[in-house]
Design a protein around this ligand. Structure first.
Ligand code: URA
Length: 236
């Protein structure tokens, strides 16, 4: 059956649909020897589809894994500096998974990985406003006006953030803990928001992603999401 090329590339687990569109626009995809244009449809059983000169792999069974990322792992499939990467932790998972979004090297917690380009695209799209909750340890306390700023939105160099939700604030000796929920996914967003209100972060752990939490997982462990959980993520 003929389908749009970006859909076939996503189903093969190579990239999200949006990324695949970029590849097509850049002339990296050919169908039966012709450079494909955006909008072209093809049948993977009859047409010869090449990406960067290599045949499109067969569509994989879609899989989504929830990993407890430990501190010190890079959120990537490969690291040019040779540091440990999250996909090394997936043991027996045979499919080629890529992370949905990113956690910093020094951030731990809930990370989803998938080979389902559509799911990745759906969850990363800013308009879908998926809520992510972080357990944050601050150096020092969280003054009321700093909390108010976080709850109103913080001016960062890439613009004003959406309001965050702040909960369960408690002081413990020289530092404090809180739960912060955001639905944007900017680079180092939580650390930058807290720093901008004068409260540097000393530890950061993502504890929830939409309706999912870490359950009983320990750092480095993972589990496959059920079909129901994946279907619920697609409905968000
Ligand atoms: N915000 C951060 O600052 N770091 C992360 O890893 C995730 C969210």
């Amino acid at each position: 059956m003929k389908q749009r090329l970006q859909k076939l590339i996503a189903a093969a687990g190579l990239a999200s649909r949006r990324k695949a569109e970029g590849w097509i626009a850049d002339g990296r995809v050919t169908v039966n020897g012709q450079v494909a244009e955006l909008g072209v449809q093809a049948d993977p059983e009859r047409d010869r589809i090449l990406v960067d000169g290599r045949p499109l792999p067969p569509a994989e069974e879609p899989v989504c894994v929830l990993l407890y990322k430990p501190v010190g792992y890079v959120t990537s499939r490969r690291d040019p500096q040779g540091r440990p990467v999250v996909t090394e932790l997936l043991g027996k998972v045979r499919e080629r998974l890529f992370p949905i979004g990113r956690l910093d090297l020094n951030t731990e917690g809930l990370l989803l990985l998938t080979n389902d380009g559509d799911l990745a695209w759906h969850l990363s799209h800013p308009s879908h406003e998926v809520s992510k909750t972080y357990l944050v340890r601050l150096q020092g306390s969280l003054p009321p006006q700093a909390r108010q700023q976080l709850e109103n939105g913080v001016q960062l160099e890439d613009g004003l953030t959406a309001p965050a939700k702040v909960a369960r604030v408690r002081q413990a000796g020289s530092h404090s803990w809180l739960e912060l929920s955001i639905h944007e996914g900017r680079n180092r967003q939580v650390r930058r928001m807290c720093e901008a209100v004068g409260c540097p972060v000393s530890r950061l752990k993502r504890i929830r992603y939409a309706f999912l939490d870490l359950g009983g997982l320990r750092p480095g462990q993972h589990r496959r999401l059920s079909r129901d959980e994946v279907a619920r993520l697609k409905e968000l």
